[in-house]
Design a binder for this molecule. Structure first.
Ligand code: CA
Length: 413
């Protein structure tokens, strides 16, 4: 798969990171045309329905109808067998030299397309699954207590986010305002002074399950794919409001995701074991008899174009399968378009931390940027961009991203 057939569209259009082994999905428009489900090959986007039509009668009616959609919504409503049929057909067709001219003719340069949300976000759960991050935040927010809360190793802690403020990369937003914790004295109201990022991996769910209860062994039937996620966080608002019910306004103003969803199937070669466990787990979370999988995924974080950290997803303690099992074990329905993020990704080194809260240790250890200036939290006009790479088949590379957003001045009043 890593060497596309000569003369095929895969060979003509594919690039490192976005070859035929990747094929992420997105929702694209050109000019005033209605949005369509697209698939990326190299620096181009292709209408999925049109490519599938080239495969003729071999494609099921269910698959054709699922991709005749402005986004991934149609496909997410289908079972995994349809996801596999569509992906397999795309890979075969894009490798078929007889179709090259037709495919090249319908290719739209990504730079000429407008990319929207790749799917309609149903419910959004944000987990806290990385032990380095949880310990760092514990030390910074609660310096006189044990950094990990007593429940941390027993279940993947999470809270419900605000799905309506999830936006695709490139959607700028004003600095949020709210009631802020102040270093001394009473809390005050105003624009956040400690605006931050959280580099995360988001998991896009489908194949609905009324009544929930998705066992770990069935996670792959429901995790459609991954998308880079920036869970922007106003630390001064968050730190005042979060006890006892968790974050609310400190998080809900904006979450940015990549416009591209990488299919789980594209990351088969990137699977690695999660960190070792040291606490017995309830049956529904116990994966010790299985072959638990995480991903060798390195998330690069750039501030105004300057790379400030590379966060290793493989350090995340809880797996995506455990998080999915947890969020459905109580009987909560799993709906097409449900989405969860795995928690800020951090590693042991300073330049592996996925938030400025951690990199700059609550503001007490500023980062010195290349221009010599000192940085702690985001300033108006700052742009943060995330990309990620993972190993693909045959030595190829899977390039996720990009997930970019810019902070605008606050809208006060
Ligand atoms: Ca988060």
């Amino acid at each position: 798969m890593s060497t596309p057939r000569p003369g095929s569209a895969a060979a003509v259009l594919g690039t490192t990171g976005n070859g035929v082994e990747h094929l992420p999905y997105g929702s694209f428009t050109v000019g005033s045309a209605p949005p369509r489900l697209g698939v990326r090959l190299g620096d181009n986007v292709l209408d999925v329905g049109t490519v599938l039509a080239l495969a003729g009668d071999d494609v099921s009616a269910t698959a054709r109808e699922a991709v005749d959609s402005p986004s991934l919504d149609g496909l997410l409503a289908c079972p995994k067998a349809v996801w596999d049929e569509v992906r397999d057909t795309l890979q075969e067709t894009l490798q078929n030299a007889a179709d090259t001219d037709s495919i090249v003719a319908l290719a739209v340069p990504v730079a000429e397309a407008t990319l929207g949300l790749p799917f309609t976000v149903a419910d959004y759960v944000d987990f806290y699954g990385n032990e380095f991050h949880a310990r760092n935040v514990g030390r910074i927010f609660r310096p006189h207590t044990e950094p990990l809360t007593p429940n941390w190793k027993h279940l993947p802690i999470g809270y419900h986010g605000r799905s309506g403020t999830i936006a695709p990369s490139g959607t700028d937003f004003p600095r949020p305002q709210g009631i802020r914790a102040e270093p001394e004295g009473a809390p005050g109201f105003g624009p956040s002074r400690r605006l931050d990022i959280e580099a995360e991996v988001g998991f896009v769910l489908g194949s609905p399950v009324p009544g929930g209860r998705v066992p770990i062994a069935e996670a792959e039937q429901h995790i459609f794919g991954l998308t880079l996620t920036n869970d922007w966080s106003a630390r001064d608002i968050q730190s005042f409001e979060y006890v006892p019910l968790g974050p609310n306004l400190g998080k809900s103003f904006r979450t940015t995701i990549s416009p591209w969803v990488t299919p789980l199937a594209a990351l088969a070669e990137a699977r690695v074991a999660p960190p070792p466990r040291d606490t017995p787990l309830s049956t529904y979370l116990d994966d010790s008899d299985t072959d638990p999988w995480s991903f060798d995924l390195q998330i690069e974080i750039a501030l105004n174009g300057e790379v400030v950290a590379v966060a290793p997803f493989a350090e995340t303690y809880w797996t995506a399968a455990q998080m999915l099992a947890h969020m459905t074990v109580n009987g909560a329905d799993l709906r097409a378009g449900d989405f969860f993020a795995g928690g800020t990704v951090s590693g042991p080194a300073r330049n592996q931390r996925g938030s400025f809260l951690e990199i700059c240790w609550g503001g007490s250890e500023p980062l010195t940027l290349k221009d010599g200036s000192e940085f702690t939290f985001l300033r108006d006009g700052d742009e943060v961009s995330m990309r990620a790479t993972a190993p693909g088949p045959g030595g190829s590379v899977i390039a996720l991203g990009e997930c970019t957003g810019r902070v605008l001045p606050p809208v006060t009043g």
